[in-house]
Design a protein around this ligand. Structure first.
Ligand SMILES: [Zn+2]
Length: 165
């Protein structure tokens, strides 16, 4: 009897507490300025979602390939969000952009935030490339980022996920 009571409680609690399967997030720039435009990138399936005029992105987590994503605004990235299940908090998440400290941790670990691995990483090189650098870039030994720095540090590029951070 106790066993059945436990089972029913488990079924009850999963239906009552696990109903939120849509992640809702809004971009907040570091100076607390909220923006309307921007997009959500799903690096696993190389897909993007344009945030509509409400300013709130709605991500359906029942689709497993939607469970890894980051927000992008004017070339600046948020941290990477990763959900193991389709269950998330119902409150609207204020997504901070750019997320410097989060990526500094991955610089130190020398690991891509998406694959959590350093196997596919190549260094990012700024400035006017020499011929040697162009050959290295062709062979995917380095990633040329051009002359304009994005305002924060980008050190690596993951060849597998086409992701710079
Ligand atoms: Zn990767």
């Amino acid at each position: 009897m106790k066993f059945f009571a436990t089972i029913s409680f488990l079924i009850f609690s999963t239906t009552v507490f696990s109903q939120n399967k849509t992640f809702r997030g809004t971009i907040l720039l570091t100076d607390s300025f909220s923006v309307q435009n921007g997009k959500v990138v799903f690096p696993i399936q190389s897909d993007t979602l344009i945030i509509d005029e409400t300013g709130v992105a709605k991500i359906n987590l029942t689709e497993p390939s939607n469970r890894v994503f980051y927000f992008l605004w004017a070339g600046w990235k948020s941290k990477l969000f990763r959900y193991e299940t389709d269950n998330c908090d119902s409150a609207i998440v204020e997504v901070k952009i750019p997320e410097k400290i989060y990526y500094e941790e991955f610089h130190q670990k020398k690991a891509c935030p998406i694959c959590n691995d350093g196997k596919y990483l190549i260094p990012v090189v700024y400035g006017m490339p020499t011929k040697k650098m162009m050959r290295q870039a062709d062979k995917l030994k380095i990633y040329l980022a051009g002359c304009i720095r994005p305002g924060y540090d980008i050190q690596f590029y993951c060849k597998k996920h086409q992701f710079d951070f």
